[in-house]
Design a binder for this molecule. Structure first.
Ligand SMILES: Cc1cc2nc3c(=O)[nH]c(=O)nc-3n(C[C@H](O)[C@H](O)[C@H](O)COP(=O)(O)O)c2cc1C
Ligand code: SF4
Length: 340
């Protein structure tokens, strides 16, 4: 059946007003405890009003000792729940479902300790990580989120743990694909049990882009294993995530081949992220593959209201030139918007 960008679409039990998703975009604006600052609320108010159908928050750490990147939001303490409730209320005012991207950059036993890599973790530390994800999801449910996205991409902690390039364990947590996937399965199962109202999505790598890492065949096998554990949707990404130089008609939809394969093979909705810069390409992805949702990061930094413009027909191309300078600006603002 043909799909249109601007029609209601089901993400599991969630109803989105269109097929555009705001892909997780770390803003770097949270307090050291992971609280949301006024600028954070403003960013999400603007995004929700801009017409996107579903929002995924930026990197939201499940741990209060994670020091991997600056200014992360965190769902690591019950005391933070009211701040996140305010965030979901702001987004829901525009009738937009919101998923918290639950993530761990690195496993830091204490805030000042060095991170411990998958190979060196004790079984108790692995169980601790699983508990942290499940507890964060429980808080997300209390805060009014519609779902969570488990971040298993871009070589952050879980992405390293499932990769044969970074996990050389010989116990039940390493070796075979199923053993490396076990930590993610336990997290998915734990979330489904502890926070049953939440939609559970994962963002995954279709390629690790490193020797001995995950490539497409294993990426698909991992997704199948996650589905067995209860995963309800998947966002296809990969290392080398924000490719530079992509423009309308140039290098768009760069993970599209694997996205199409995943949509063909998996019984759950697939979102495709990476380099969508024109309505023509987005509609073509929807027309020619089983992909049901298209995710945008940099185009919404450049123009948070691009979805409204697409819908009204006042734009068909993103003004983002994929220069990646937004990685180094305050609140990761687009440099062109900083200039006014
Ligand atoms: C400033 C910035 C921050 C990002 N933060 C995250 C993040 O928190 N979590 C994540 O999974 N991806 C993050 N990404 C990657 C994007 O979600 C997306 O996968 C990538 O930029 C490709 O999509 P695009 O071409 O629409 O930008 C970030 C990208 C940018 C530019
Ligand atoms: S700085 Fe602006 S134009 Fe450059 S990649 Fe970021 S959003 Fe796009």
């Amino acid at each position: 059946m043909s799909k249109r960008i601007f029609e209601t679409a089901q993400l599991g039990s969630l109803t989105a007003k269109n097929r555009l998703v705001r892909s997780a975009t770390w803003e770097g604006i949270a307090t050291p405890e992971g609280g949301i600052t006024p600028i954070g609320y403003d960013i999400y108010r603007e995004l929700a009003a801009g017409g996107v159908g579903t929002i995924i928050t930026g990197f939201t750490s499940v741990s209060d000792t994670d020091q991997y990147i600056d200014g992360m939001m965190r769902l690591s303490s019950d005391a933070l729940v009211p701040q996140y409730r305010r965030l979901t209320d702001i987004i829901h005012e525009q009738d937009v479902p919101v998923l918290a991207q639950l993530a761990l950059g690195g496993y830091y036993p204490t805030p000042t300790a060095e991170p411990v890599e998958p190979d060196d973790m004790t079984p108790a530390q692995i169980e601790h990580v699983i508990r942290q994800f499940v507890d964060a999801a429980r808080r997300a449910e209390q805060a009014g989120f519609d779902g969570v996205q488990v971040h298993v991409a871009h070589f952050f902690f879980l992405s390293r743990f499932v990769s044969p390039a970074a996990n050389h364990r010989t116990d039940e947590w390493g070796g075979s694909t199923a053993n490396r996937a076990r930590i993610v399965c336990r997290i998915i199962e734990g979330i489904r049990e502890a926070a049953p109202s939440l939609h559970v999505c994962a963002k995954v790598n279709c390629t690790d882009l490193v020797a001995g890492g995950i490539e497409e065949a294993e990426a698909l096998e991992l997704c199948r294993i996650y589905v067995q554990a209860g995963l309800e949707s998947v966002e296809v990404s990969g290392n080398g995530t924000s490719v530079a130089g992509v423009r309308p008609g140039v290098g768009e939809a760069y993970f599209g081949r694997f996205g199409a394969l995943a949509a063909h093979e998996l019984p759950i909705p697939v979102m495709l992220v990476g380099g969508m810069r024109s309505s023509g390409t987005i509609q073509s992805v929807l027309d020619h593959t089983g992909i049901e949702f298209v995710s945008l990061s940099r185009p919404l930094l450049r123009e948070p209201d691009w979805p409204n413009e697409l819908k009204e027909g006042t734009s068909s191309q993103s003004a983002c030139i994929s220069c990646n300078r937004c990685y180094n600006t305050p609140a990761h603002r687009c440099v062109f918007r900083l200039r006014g």
